[in-house]
Write a protein that binds this ligand. Sequence first.
Ligand SMILES: *[C@@H]1O[C@H](CO)[C@@H](O)[C@H](O)[C@H]1NC(C)=O
Ligand SMILES: *[C@@H]1O[C@H](CO)[C@@H](O)[C@H](O)[C@H]1NC(C)=O
Length: 298
Amino acid sequence: MAETLFWTPLLVVLLAGLGDTEAQQTTLHPLVGRVFVHTLDHETFLSLPEHVAVPPAVHITYHAHLQGHPDLPRWLRYTQRSPHHPGFLYGSATPEDRGLQVIEVTAYNRDSFDTTRQRLVLEIGDPEGPLLPYQAEFLVRSHDAEEVLPSTPASRFLSALGGLWEPGELQLLNVTSALDRGGRVPLPIEGRKEGVYIKVGSASPFSTCLKMVASPDSHARCAQGQPPLLSCYDTLAPHFRVDWCNVTLAEERPGYLRHPDGPPLHHPREHRGAAADGGQPRGAPATLHPAHVQCAHR
Ligand SMILES: *[C@@H]1O[C@H](CO)[C@@H](O)[C@H](O)[C@H]1NC(C)=O
Ligand SMILES: *[C@@H]1O[C@H](CO)[C@@H](O)[C@H](O)[C@H]1NC(C)=O
């Protein structure tokens, strides 16, 4: 390795940091049915001294798998925009995933060919707090998955969405790249994004506005190329461009989902949202009261 002679002291520090030493171990606590995001930061894998910033030219890629298996568990996905960008492990654990899962991450320094390993111990448990039976999924066309995984844009999305929901805490349940749902990679020249589906849940009911935009009437208009029925001001625009023809609402209410001393989950006068699969929802039909129909969004 004759090039070694030309490396700057900083790169020697980087190399030492990326040495294949004993794997670091971190314990994390994903919750069943809530989005989990773990950022694979270059800093973590370079173990730089405190005052040294990560040089912008560092190229690192990652490989992650479930211990003893070649792949990640079904619920967990990995993505990285480029070797300059951080990697992300993300997904939403299911009840079957409860318990311990160990993820082994290997970081490859594309410049030095060094590798470093990290072990992520995932203690997957049930979330606390109220149940979130009112769930909605939005297709955000203005963003790629990697752009909404960091906590700042994610909470920005939730607070913007607050304007379209009955007051109450909203939580992120799932994030899926549109590419994982059959979307196509846009040509770079178009400057367009792949799009991302964001699933949100709340203990408080959907607003009339949300119920209307996800109603069969609105979907029928969309199918004919007409604008959807959006009866309220789009509080997500212009920052998040939501496809209002692609909103799905679901109410999770299996028998065991009853909070012992909470308020009743369902107000008797509430209409039920359209079922997520577009089929007939259980119980009352998902029709809208005519008084709710205010205007079509253009
Ligand atoms: C999260 O989204 C992925 C991809 O669409 C899906 O396969 C998975 O079932 C979802 N998980 C939950 C808990 O909704
Ligand atoms: C809109 O959502 C449906 C599922 O409700 C999906 O099958 C379809 O591909 C989505 N359309 C686009 C353009 O992404």
